[in-house]
Write a protein that binds this ligand. Structure first.
Ligand SMILES: Cc1ncc(COP(=O)(O)O)c(C=O)c1O
Length: 460
C-alpha cells in the first residue's frame, strides 16, 4: 500500500496570544453542519457539491427589517429590487411578494422582469445602456425612467414625438457625498453644473418634464452621514428645478449601497463593530429629508438596496478535492468552487466554516478554487486544521452579486437551492451540463467530422 509522504517543515505558529484585531483565530474554527436548519450532509447528498443554498426566511427577515427601518420614519417609501444583485427568478419573486418593485439596468433584466409578470408601473429603469426599442416599450408601459446621458434625452424626445405626448422622466445625478472615489460615470454631475445644463436642455426641447431625481453614491458605503449629504443635495437640486421650470419632484431615488454583514478585505475588526445598523442609515436619510423638504411635501423615497438585503441569505457549500503543501510549508487546499462562482472573493474575506469538526492544530492555509488559473484564490490567509479530501467548507455570505457575476468558465455552474420557511428544499437553478454551453454554438458542417491527423513529427 502507498503511504503519502510530505517533507516536514518547521513553522512558527502564534497560538496562545490574542492578536491586535481578530483575537486568537489559530485555536479553533467555526463548524457549521446545517443551513436554515437543514443538515448540510442531506443537502449535498441530494444536490451535490458545490451547492448554493438560499434561506427564504433570512431573505424575508432581512427585507422586512430594512423596510421597517424606513417605513417607520418616512410616510412614502418604495423599494426597487436591484436585479443585478441577484436575478434568480425565485429570489426576485420572493422580494416582489414582499412588495419590492423591480430596479433594472439592461434589456436582459427588463425581459426578466416582464417574464415574471411585473407591470411597467412597478419598474424603475436605470443604467447607461437603454436600447431605443426597450426605452419606447418602457415609456408605453409607464416605467420610471432615470436618464443617464444626453443621447437618452434625444431618444426620449423622439419617442415623445412619436407618441405625441409629454414624457415624465427622472434625472440621474452624480455628486460628492464625501465618499471617495466619487462615482462620476453615471448620470450628470451636480457640482459642475452639468446636471442643471441637462435640465435646461430638456426644458428647451419641450417634450419631456423631470419629475424625479436619482443618484447612487456607490456600494458598501459604511458611512450613514454620506447619505444625509446626498439627500440634501438631491432635494436642493429638485427644488431648484421646480423653481425654474415648475416641475414638481415626485420622487427621490437614493439608489442602494448599504453594506451587508460581510467583511471586506483589509477590515480587521468584527463586522458588528465596523458596520452601522440599518436604523442608523434610516435615521440619517430620513432626518435629512425632513430637514430639507418643504412643509407638506413628501415625495416618494425610493431605495434600491441590493447587497444588504440578499447577501446573508446565500451560502455556498464546497468540498476539498485536493491538499497540498506550498514550498514555504504553507498548507493549501483545492476546493471545488473558486472565483468562477465567487466573484465577490476579490473584495470579501468570507466567513468560512468547517462542515464538520476536524481535530488538529490550525495552521495558516490557502484555499484555491478549481480553475487552472493563478488568480483563483478564495482565501490566502486563513487558519485551518489539517483537512483531507472530501472535507467540506461552508462559505458565507455569498448571496449578493455572485449568482449574477459568476462565470461559466472552465467549470459548469452548480445547483442552487432554496430552503423554504417550512424547511423544504427547492431547486431554483439546476446545475449546467454540456448541452447548456453548446446550445448556442454552431459547428459548420464542413468541420463536423473532427479528426486529428497523424503527425509524423510527434512520437507517442
Ligand atoms: C443604480 C443602482 N441601484 C442600486 C444598486 C444596488 O447597490 P447595492 O447592492 O450596493 O445596494 C446598484 C449597484 O451597483 C446600482 O447601480
Amino acid at each position: 500500500m502507498l503511504t503519502q509522504y510530505e517533507r516536514p517543515v518547521i513553522q512558527k505558529l502564534h497560538s496562545g496570544l490574542m492578536n491586535k484585531f481578530a483575537g486568537n483565530t489559530l485555536l479553533h474554527r467555526k463548524v457549521k453542519t446545517e443551513i436554515a436548519d437543514v443538515p448540510i450532509d442531506d443537502l449535498v447528498a441530494q444536490f451535490g457539491s458545490p451547492l448554493f443554498v438560499y434561506s427564504e426566511q433570512t431573505l424575508r427577515r432581512k427585507f422586512r427589517t430594512i423596510r421597517n427601518a424606513f417605513t417607520t420614519r418616512y410616510p412614502d417609501v418604495t423599494f426597487g429590487w436591484s436585479y443585478k444583485t441577484n436575478y434568480l427568478k425565485a429570489i426576485c419573486a420572493i422580494l416582489h411578494q414582499e412588495g419590492a418593485i423591480a430596479e433594472l439596468v439592461s434589456k436582459m433584466e427588463y425581459d426578466k422582469a416582464k417574464a415574471l409578470g411585473i407591470p411597467g408601473n412597478q419598474i424603475i429603469l436605470n443604467g447607461p445602456h437603454k436600447p431605443f426599442a426597450m426605452l419606447e416599450a418602457a415609456v408605453r408601459d409607464g416605467v420610471i425612467i432615470n436618464i443617464d446621458h444626453l443621447d437618452e434625452i434625444e431618444d426620449l424626445e423622439a419617442i415623445a414625438t412619436r407618441l405625441n405626448r409629454i414624457i415624465s422622466v427622472g434625472i440621474r445625478l452624480n455628486l460628492d457625498a464625501g465618499i471617495q472615489p466619487c462615482w462620476s460615470r453615471f448620470g450628470f454631475n451636480l457640482e459642475s453644473g452639468q446636471a442643471m445644463n441637462a435640465i435646461e436642455r430638456i426644458a428647451s426641447g419641450g417634450k419631456l418634464r423631470v419629475n424625479g431625481v436619482h443618484s447612487h453614491i456607490g456600494t458598501f458605503i459604511m458611512e450613514p452621514a454620506a447619505y444625509a449629504r446626498q439627500v440634501k443635495k438631491m432635494v436642493a437640486f429638485g427644488y431648484e428645478v421646480e423653481q425654474k421650470y415648475g416641475w414638481r419632484m415626485d420622487y427621490i431615488d437614493i439608489g442602494g449601497g448599504f453594506p451587508s454583514r460581510s467583511r471586506l478585505k483589509g477590515m480587521y475588526h468584527a463586522v458588528e463593530v465596523m458596520l452601522p445598523s440599518i436604523e442608523e442609515y434610516a435615521d440619517a436619510i430620513c432626518d435629512a429629508l425632513w430637514a430639507s423638504l418643504k412643509p407638506e411635501h413628501t415625495p416618494k423615497l425610493i431605495i434600491e438596496s441590493g447587497r444588504a438585503i440578499i447577501d446573508e441569505a446565500g451560502t455556498l457549500i464546497t468540498r476539498v478535492c485536493g491538499t497540498k503543501q506550498l514550498p514555504d510549508g504553507t498548507r493549501a487546499y483545492v476546493i471545488d468552487a473558486g472565483v468562477n462562482l465567487l466573484f465577490t472573493s476579490f473584495w470579501y474575506r468570507f466567513d468560512i466554516a468547517l462542515g464538520h469538526p476536524v481535530s488538529g492544530r490550525c495552521e495558516p492555509s490557502v484555499i484555491y478554487g478549481p480553475l487552472c488559473m493563478n488568480i483563483d484564490v478564495v482565501d490566502d490567509r486563513i487558519s485551518l486544521p489539517p483537512l483531507s479530501r472530501g472535507d467540506r467548507l461552508v462559505i458565507s455570505t455569498v448571496g449578493a452579486y455572485n449568482n449574477t457575476q459568476w462565470l461559466q468558465f472552465i467549470e459548469y455552474r452548480p445547483n442552487v437551492v432554496l430552503v423554504t420557511q417550512t424547511g423544504d428544499v427547492e431547486l431554483i437553478r439546476a446545475a449546467e451540463d454540456l448541452s447548456d454551453l453548446e446550445r448556442r454554438e454552431h459547428l459548420p458542417p464542413r468541420l463536423a467530422v473532427v479528426s486529428v491527423p497523424n503527425n509524423p513529427m510527434i512520437k507517442l
